[in-house]
Design a protein around this ligand. Structure first.
Ligand code: HH2
Length: 311
């Protein structure tokens, strides 16, 4: 799967280093979502036991996930219920242990805003900490990730866990991407001064987090501005509300085609990491789009012209 040892990277491809190895970003990489929560917006309550979770992980990996992203606390738009660190650890850590044992080469990301959960997960073999607060909500997070050499996803959001996926803080001036970039730059500065190395950091514009649909669309359309900062970019558009508003598909689990549209547009603008629920169709779509992008690049270099996208 995604480990460099088993999957030789192209020369000069950026590497995302993390606590158990490195992921070569020489092609689109997929993080398959594992929500071990009773209340997630699109798939909450579907994984109730450790065995359910194991089977779900098996399926994501078989379908082509490069890593899995395990979350034990929902941020659902209709007001998430905050979970204490003990309960979140009880949901997440046993699964991290099992996946690490069954799939030693697969990077495990843990979706948490709490340093205690991150610490216990990294001890149990996790590779990456995906913090939807961009290290805003727990002062100890950056230090713990730095000390463990974890890969980190710094996602843009505003507010706390209960409000970050609502519109309570969705107020922007005439350049929302400029504001998101400024806030993510501050997150990067904080992470680096607490000891997180530059080559561990991935940025995420936070689709749907403190953003109305028009702002989420602007994040994707102007994604190359975020890519230009020089950090790998991850996009989490999967099944989200803006897709429902564009397509009229009310049921989140039926927003697969819309998700793919968003992800292919993001790939063309320089995103290399995609957090998705539906791995198989996403894998196929991203691989086809990537093959076309690479062929255009080869054709452009043959004629001496510059390819437009940064890859
Ligand atoms: N979105 C969600 C959760 N975690 N992490 C990153 N890096 N980027 C995202 O866009 C992102 C994320 C929300 O989606 P989901 O996990 O499906 O729902 P819930 O928060 O209700 O569990």
């Amino acid at each position: 799967m995604g480990e460099t040892g088993t999957d030789a990277p192209r020369e000069n491809a950026p590497l995302w280093r993390h606590a158990t190895g490195a992921l070569a970003l020489d092609r689109p990489r997929i993080l398959g979502i594992v929500n071990v929560t009773p209340d997630s917006f699109s798939d909450g309550g579907r994984i109730l036991t450790l065995d359910d979770a194991r089977h779900h992980v098996e399926r994501l990996i078989a379908e082509g996930a490069d890593a899995v992203d395990i979350g034990g606390e929902s941020t659902r738009p209709q007001g998430a219920r905050a979970v204490d660190a003990e309960e979140e650890q009880r949901r997440v850590v046993p699964l991290v242990q099992v996946v690490r044992r069954d799939h030693p080469a697969v990077p495990i990301s843990v979706d948490t805003t709490k340093a205690a959960v991150a610490y216990a997960s990294l001890e149990a073999g996790a590779s990456i900490v995906n913090d939807v607060s961009g290290f805003r909500l727990d002062d100890a997070m950056a230090r713990i990730c730095g000390a463990a050499g974890a890969g980190v996803v710094l996602m843009h959001s505003r507010g706390d866990v209960a409000t970050m996926a609502t519109y309570a803080h969705a107020t922007y001036g005439d350049d929302p991407m400029g504001e998101v970039i400024a806030e993510l730059r501050a997150a990067v500065g904080g992470a680096q001064s607490a000891g997180v190395a530059q080559d561990r950091i991935v940025l995420d514009p936070g689709i749907g987090f403190a953003k109305r649909s028009a702002t989420s669309i602007a994040m994707l359309s102007e994604l190359s501005r975020l890519v230009a900062l020089g950090y790998p970019v991850l996009v989490g558009a999967s099944r989200k509300r803006f897709i429902g508003e564009i397509t009229g598909v009310a049921e989140p689990s039926e927003r697969v085609a819309g998700t793919i549209g968003a992800n292919v547009a993001a790939l063309e603008r320089g995103a290399r990491l995609f957090r998705v629920h539906d791995v198989k169709p996403s894998r196929e779509a991203l691989d086809v789009a990537w093959a076309i992008m690479r062929a255009s690049r080869a054709a452009d270099s043959g004629t001496g012209t510059q390819a437009g996208a940064a890859w």
